[in-house]
Design a protein around this ligand. Structure first.
Ligand code: CP3
Length: 347
């Protein structure tokens, strides 16, 4: 090995190196489609407790790595731990997903800002350190945070929602206050990701899972600007790790996201055309994605031809193989095994 060149395939790709066999990891690779996860999860009553216990969080992170030949581990945590550490009453209701009391305009943002304490999330750092010491040499460790707009929508809607209606009302009625809310989340995200970098993360990812449906004039203000400020804030604090951005559902606006935020890699969802992005983004931008999670669920010949198509779409580029969104709980384990084999085969 040449000094200074990482031996981990994911890190090599993030440095812009191309390869006929792309590194692979799977969004939401730890979770309910794994029986060992369901068993471990049943031993903790609350999901937040599960995430903030370094023992269970590190074990859940490592579970998929024991089964599949993946190139990355992603720390087991959740994008809603930041609102939790701002003393919002985050709970996870079985079968319904995350819930909390909706944040209202005019409600004291200052209170939220003052409540923020990184100490409440120090367990995530402990879990990262544990995972780092247990990982195989070639596997890279990913830390993450939710991007501000996405996290804000959960806080304002009080949970998941289809159209983010209350968030859009707030954004139009009081954009300056909305900026302030996002700025508070930007600062907390910088603290949190900086801590994860110090604890052993080698790559960072920003999940902007709800970049879809935001009115176009707000894309720059509420999606690009916060991501750019997070990247700049991390660099100012001496964190030079590669950063993957995932502005899910924003179509062609992802070109601006990639060019203006300073991220290292752009993660594409399944609706985005890999060939078009390969042609329209500078070579320095690494691409990740973008197999449809539904074809992984289906398996068989459809899975094989889609894996081939996705690989071909990005050929000649630095590409990280992944899904266009998270793996679903009903996905058979054999399909994941087959996926990893297909990606690693040279045919
Ligand atoms: O391997 C991994 O990726 C595990 C770590 C992880 C979780 N959530 C664990 C989790 C990561 C990276 C996340 C990110 C996350 N959380 C996102 C962004 C990624 C995406 O899918 O868009 C979002 C939007 C959330 C918010 C969230 N957390 C929702 C909407 C839900 C309920 C619905 C669902 O997908 O399960 C959660 C709960 C959650 N987070 C679970 C897991 C494994 C399931 C809860 C359980 O096991 O009891």
């Amino acid at each position: 090995m040449v000094m200074g060149v990482p031996s981990k395939p994911l890190l090599q790709t993030l440095m812009g190196q191309t390869s006929t066999i792309p590194p692979i990891w799977i969004m939401r690779q730890a979770g309910r489609y794994l029986p060992e996860y369901r068993k471990l999860r049943a031993e903790s009553s609350s999901f937040v407790d599960f995430c903030l216990n370094p023992k269970t969080a590190s074990e859940a992170t490592l579970q998929p790595l024991r089964r599949f030949d993946l190139d990355a581990a992603i720390i087991f945590a959740d994008i809603l731990l930041i609102p939790f550490a701002m003393e919002r009453d985050v709970r996870f209701v079985a079968g319904e997903g995350p819930k909390m009391r909706p944040l209202k305009p005019g409600q004291s943002l200052l209170k939220m800002e003052r409540a923020w304490s990184l100490d409440k999330l120090s367990a995530v750092g402990d879990a990262l350190a544990r995972v780092q010491s247990a990982l195989a040499d070639k596997v890279a460790l990913i830390g993450f945070a939710g991007a501000p707009w996405t996290v804000a929508t959960y806080m304002i809607e009080g949970g998941g929602s289809k159209d983010k209606w209350r968030s859009r009302l707030w954004a139009w009625q009081n954009p300056d206050e909305f900026d302030r809310l996002l700025d508070i989340l930007v600062e907390a995200s910088i603290d949190y990701l900086h801590m994860q970098a110090k604890a052993g993360a080698e790559v960072l990812k920003l999940f902007e899972s709800w970049a879809e449906g935001l009115p176009e004039p707000f894309f720059e203000r509420f999606i690009i600007r916060p991501a750019k400020n997070i990247v700049a804030g991390l660099r100012e604090r001496g964190v030079y790790l590669p950063i993957i951005g995932f502005p899910r559902g924003c179509g062609g606006l992802a070109v601006r996201y990639a060019n203006e935020t300073g991220i290292t890699a752009l993660a594409l969802d399944q609706a985005q055309d890999g060939v078009w992005f390969s042609q329209n983004l500078p070579k320095e931008t690494v691409l990740q994605g973008n197999l449809d999670p539904a074809v992984l669920r289906v398996g068989g010949a459809a899975l094989q031809s889609e894996v081939d198509r996705v690989k071909k779409n990005f050929s000649g580029r630095a590409h990280i193989f992944n899904l266009g969104h998270g793996i679903t709980p009903d996905t058979p384990i054999e399909h994941v095994e087959r996926l990893v084999q297909l990606v690693k085969e040279t045919r």
